[in-house]
Design a protein around this ligand. Structure first.
Ligand SMILES: *[C@@H]1O[C@H](CO)[C@@H](O)[C@H](O)[C@H]1NC(C)=O
Ligand SMILES: *[C@@H]1O[C@H](CO)[C@@H](O)[C@H](O)[C@H]1NC(C)=O
Length: 466
């Protein structure tokens, strides 16, 4: 412990010392996978060899389960590499990984060196900036964590600290909302009795996604003492040369999404299974990467249109009271402006549109539309209707009932929407941003064109274009 010296940030030494004593972080060794059995190819090693040098695309072929694990081992410390897709049978599957563009590469290498340091002097201790949140997916990831990530990037940039960023989607002080998101997909954990002392807060996140850092919060010390945003600064071993310069807030959003929402093998497999099933019933939908021939729409209604939030967040002026046709008008206009956004081979057919909403009225309206061929994915939990809920004088939109079935349906929707180069939503909604930046993540950083009904201006990413 004595090895930790002066904080470079504004925290006083006394405070830092107190934090250190209170919070014990472990630096988990990176999972390297079992050593391959006799005669079994070492798929992770194959990937590492193929990715060396200046490769931007690598493929690996083998039994799906084996290569899935190898891909995870390969990906964990390499944020610049992204899973693309697999094809073939389960026994002989070919999976493709893509690297981010050259312009994004150096920023991702900086992120790797901070998140997955290879040179820690004390492998039992990771200097980290910890942020906890137990908000719903949009609130947690696009607000609580994202803003903290942005501050952390800025502190790293200003040489104020050199830590890893450790987002923990749980909160030691309160009953955690998002716990439901992980059940039942993540096993038979009784989330209602999931207490700080019995379950590591990392296990939930890592049930769906790859670790964000080699730092991890250990079960024993999770709980009582963690403050809202905990900074622990350490002495500089060496300075990063101008880390994160010339990146826009759009770049940061995409980078954040690429850090937090990297699906692990189990999730990828489940989403691929659901995608194949969905596509067998929706054969007109363009293949991922097939070209920009569709539009994705997310209509956020729900609590934004209750009297309370109309007043508190001025949501009418924020563009939330829009109908399905308002959204479709924009999408069709954008497709017309760029004819390549409509599938020429289907010019006699109506445009292809994917629709998501938290309002059953919107989905019903969309499905009945004669102006477009509308595709949807069934939600895990049935959607309430805005008109019925308001007519009953209620304000419960069932967000608390969302479970892993909903999480999987969102991830599948994002996957399918990412085939489109166009997104119409309202990015004043953090859930809408989760979807939009999720599409960017699935498209290897290349964001779709965005139209937002809200007042927020989202900067376009600049570092991911080829
Ligand atoms: C990698 O290849 C790209 C073009 O494909 C080139 O612009 C870049 O300079 C190369 N980088 C290195 C380190 O060779
Ligand atoms: C929302 O829009 C509908 C249709 O334009 C309108 O009838 C309704 O009054 C609007 N609601 C509010 C609260 O402004």
């Amino acid at each position: 412990m004595a090895a930790i010296a002066h904080p470079a940030s504004c925290l006083s030494c006394a405070l830092l010392w107190q934090l250190l004593v209170q919070h014990h972080l472990c630096c988990a060794a990176l999972r390297v996978g079992d050593s391959p059995h006799d005669g079994e190819p070492d798929y992770a090693e194959q990937l590492r060899a193929a990715a060396a040098g200046n490769a931007t695309r690598v493929a690996v072929t083998g039994p799906l389960q084996k290569i899935g694990e190898a891909i995870d081992d390969f990906l964990i410390p390499r944020l610049e590499w992204r899973f693309s897709h697999c094809s073939g049978s389960r026994r002989k599957s070919k999976c493709v990984l893509l690297r981010v563009s050259d312009t994004a590469l150096r920023h991702f290498r900086v992120l790797d060196s901070l998140q997955f340091p290879a040179d820690t002097e004390d492998p039992n201790r990771c200097p980290a900036t910890i942020k906890t949140s137990s908000g719903w997916v949009g609130q947690a990831t696009e607000e609580d964590f994202y803003f903290s990530f942005e501050r952390w990037v800025s502190d790293v940039k200003d040489s104020k600290k050199r830590t890893a960023f450790l987002p923990v989607w749980s909160d030691p002080r309160m009953d955690s909302h998002p716990a439901e998101y992980f059940s039942p997909f993540c096993g038979e954990l009784d989330v209602s009795s999931m207490t700080a002392s019995t379950v590591s807060p990392m296990t939930r996140q890592e049930c769906f996604f790859l670790p964000t850092s080699s730092c991890t919060m250990d079960t024993a010390h999770w709980g009582k003492n963690l403050v809202d945003e905990t900074d622990m600064a350490v002495p500089f071993r060496h300075r990063l040369s101008k880390p994160f310069d010339h990146i826009s807030s759009g770049d940061l959003h995409v980078m954040w999404q690429m850090l937090f929402f990297r699906q692990n093998a189990r999730t990828r497999d489940e989403i691929a299974r659901r995608e194949a099933e969905w596509r067998s019933e929706n054969q007109a939908w363009p293949a991922s990467g097939a070209g920009p021939t569709c539009a994705a729409i997310h209509v956020r209604h729900g609590d934004k249109l209750t009297p309370f939030w109309i007043k508190a967040h001025d949501t009418i002026a924020g563009g939330f009271n829009k109908s399905f046709d308002d959204y479709l008008d924009v999408a069709l206009k954008m497709m017309k402006e760029k004819p390549q956004l409509t599938d020429a081979s289907r010019s006699k057919e109506r445009p292809l549109v994917f629709v998501m909403s938290d309002d059953a009225d919107i989905i019903a309206k969309a499905k009945g539309s004669r102006r477009a061929v509308v595709h949807t994915v069934s939600p895990g939990t049935p959607l309430p209707s805005l008109s019925d809920t308001l007519a009953d004088g209620k304000n419960d939109f069932g967000y608390a009932a969302a479970n892993s079935g909903d999480m999987l349906s969102w991830l599948l929707s994002i996957r399918l929407m990412s085939a489109c180069s166009l997104f119409v939503g309202n990015t004043e909604s953090s859930f809408s941003r989760f979807l939009y930046y999720g599409m960017c993540e699935q498209r290897n950083g290349i964001c779709p064109r965005l139209f937002s009904f809200g007042r927020r201006l989202d900067e376009s990413p600049t570092i991911f274009e080829e």
